[in-house]
Design a protein around this ligand. Sequence first.
Ligand code: DOR
Ligand code: ZN
Length: 345
Amino acid sequence: MSSTDSITLTRPDDWHLHVRDGEPMRTVVPHTAAQFARAIIMPNLREPVTTTAQALAYRDRILAAVPAGTDFEPLMTLYLTDNLQPEEIRRAKAAGIVACKLYPAGATTNSDAGVTSLGKIYPVFEAMQREGLLLLVHGESTAPGVDVFDREAVFIDSQLIPLRRDFPALKIVFEHITTREAAHYVRDAGALTAATITAHHLLYNRNAIFTGGLRPHYYCLPVLKREVHRLALVEAATRGGARYFLGTDSAPHPAHLKEHASGCAGCYTAHAAMEMYAEAFDAAGALDRLEAFASFNGPDFYGLPRNTGRITLRRESWTPPAAFPFGDAELKPLRHGETLPWRKA
Ligand code: DOR
Ligand code: ZN
């Protein structure tokens, strides 16, 4: 087998993940733990994770869904609201919580309790900057009238640039970037600004949502963009340097709520995440850059140790299952019924 038919990497981490709660975790947590040593757990549960106590209890429930014999560390985050108090940041830091997630109110799934105006929580950003908690940003403008395909670019100019200026020592991760504007913003924003990039935004442009009919499993937020943006993301992930790293944004929803008149946003990719990243890096002739993106850049930016284990991916066609159990419902993974060219050994 030639070296490009098999690749062995330091065990990677997922720096942006949704695992939900309850029974569905029995399916999705094992998928992630089979590939990743750690994952940043998004706090957008139906009742958002807004306190340290809630985050620690959620962490225990996640750990209970990790298969025996697998080591996996959930890295916990708090959901910012207009009402979160700066004292909570100190408690969070002391309890090992690593970051807070900013959802502009109304931007996406379970974001109704999100922040209505950044100015309202400046004391919280100050506390985060002081305590060394990272700020993870869902960067989409919710201003009425902004085109859905422009929301990320508008957010950069209207919110992120002022925030970055006002908190120069805060570490900010621009989550799941989807545009050339975001990739270039991060490139130029200095050492304390980074970005996560999903596998699906590296593999697909917005045509995927409409190929042969409306395809709800390709609908997520921020929505897939034009090819020019996908190419900019591939360039950033493969050649952009240390401030871009892996975050799947794997976001499971019951199939009947995706295949619905008002379908939920989110692509489920945790069942084959590294396989899809390998496909994207391979297509760009950059398999040799995958380890930095998946295993080094994230921990380096977060100030955490790199993992020591290894995983191997082989060039081997396989077809993911049509569906997984998801509590009482079904979960249809991205690429269900299609072939994938890389497989985890
Ligand atoms: O597509 C998405 N799904 N984008 C988000 O920001 C949230 C996520 C979810 O929780 O389903
Ligand atoms: Zn997300």
